[in-house]
Design a binder for this molecule. Structure first.
Ligand SMILES: Nc1ncnc2c1ncn2[C@@H]1O[C@H](COP(=O)(O)OP(=O)(O)OP(=O)(O)O)[C@@H](O)[C@H]1O
Length: 245
C-alpha cells in the first residue's frame, strides 16, 4: 500500500534521511523503532508532505505522491497523529471530533461519521460534552485516534502514541490500533515502547542515522539479538544493513 523508495531529505538544507526504503502492505501494523534522533518522526513528515524531499519516491497504492501537501495526503486517505497531546484542551470531546472533519465539504457526512466513531469508542459518547482536558491521558490519545478516523482513512501515521501513558493505558491504545487493523486500516507507528509495540505489530522497521537498517516480521525482530541491543540503548551496526529486506 505504501512504499518509500530511497528517500533523501531533511529540514532546509540539513539532510536527515539518507536513503529510507520500505514498503508496507494493506491492513497491517508496522512499527518503526530506532535510537533517538534516527529520523523516525522525520519519515512520517516525509510521507505527509511536511519535509523537504531531495530525492526518492513515496508511492501510495502505486501512485506517486512524493511532495504532495498534507491536504492532498488527507485527500488520498492518509492521516497523521503527531507526537504529544494534540487535542484542544478547552473544547468538548464532541467539538474536538468535529475538528477532525473540518476539511470535509459534506458536513452532514462528518456528523454521521462522528456517530460511527462514537460507536467504536463508547467512552467518547459517554464524555462527549466534557472538556478534552478533563479526560485521562489514554482517553485523550483515544480521542486523537478517533478524530483521525473522521475522514475514514486507509492509512494512519501515528507517532509515539504511548508517550506519557501508564502501562495499562498503553495497552488500551494498542488494543484500539489492533481493532482498526482488523477492520482493514493500515497503521504505521513510531514507538519508543518498542517491545510492546512490536508485540502487536505485523512488521517492524529499524531506522538508524536516517537509513533503514532492518525490515522484517515483528516477531523476527523481537527475537533478533541485534534488536535487543538496540532496546538497551545500543545500535544495530553496519552488518544489520544486510538484513534489510
Ligand atoms: N524542524 C526541524 N528542524 C531541523 N532539524 C530537525 C527538525 N525536527 C527534527 N530535526 C532533527 O532531525 C533529526 C531526526 O529527528 P526525528 O525527530 O525524526 O528523530 P526520531 O528518530 O523521531 O527521534 P526521537 O526518538 O528522539 O523522537 C534530529 O537530529 C533532529 O534534531
Amino acid at each position: 500500500m505504501l512504499e518509500l523508495k530511497n528517500i533523501h531529505g531533511g529540514y532546509g538544507k540539513i539532510t536527515i534521511l539518507n536513503g529510507v526504503s520500505f514498503s508496507i502492505p494493506k491492513g497491517s501494523i508496522t512499527t518503526v523503532i530506532g535510537p533517538n534522533g534516527a529520523g523516525k518522526s522525520t519519515v512520517f513528515k516525509a510521507i505527509f508532505g511536511l519535509l523537504n524531499i531531495h530525492s526518492g519516491q513515496v508511492l501510495l497504492d502505486g501512485k506517486d505522491v512524493t511532495r504532495n501537501t498534507p491536504r492532498q495526503m488527507i485527500g488520498h486517505g492518509v492521516t497523521y497523529v503527531p507526537q504529544g497531546r494534540n487535542v484542544v484542551p478547552q473544547l468538548s470531546v464532541y467539538h474536538n471530533l468535529e475538528l477532525g472533519g473540518i476539511t470535509a465539504t459534506d458536513q452532514a457526512k462528518v456528523r454521521q461519521r462522528i456517530e460511527t466513531v462514537m460507536d467504536q469508542f463508547p467512552m467518547l459518547r459517554q464524555f462527549r460534552d466534557r472538556k478534552a482536558i478533563e479526560l485521562s491521558g489514554g482517553q485523550q490519545k483515544q480521542l486523537e485516534v478517533a478524530r483521525a478516523l473522521l475522514l475514514d482513512p486507509k492509512l494512519i501515521l501515528i507517532d509515539e502514541p504511548s508517550i506519557g501513558l501508564s502501562p495499562n493505558l498503553v495497552q488500551e491504545v494498542f488494543r484500539t490500533l489492533v481493532r482498526l487493523r482488523d477492520k482493514g486500516v493500515t497503521i504505521l507507528m513510531v514507538e519508543q515502547n518498542a517491545r510492546s509495540a512490536l508485540a502487536i505489530s505485523d512488521y517492524g522497521l529499524v531506522l538508524e542515522l536516517g537509513q533503514t537498517r532492518m525490515h522484517d516480521e515483528a516477531g523476527k525482530l523481537l527475537a533478533d539479538p541485534r534488536v535487543g541491543q538496540l532496546f538497551l540503548g545500543g545500535h544495530v551496526g553496519g552488518d544489520a544493513a544486510e538484513a534489510e529486506s
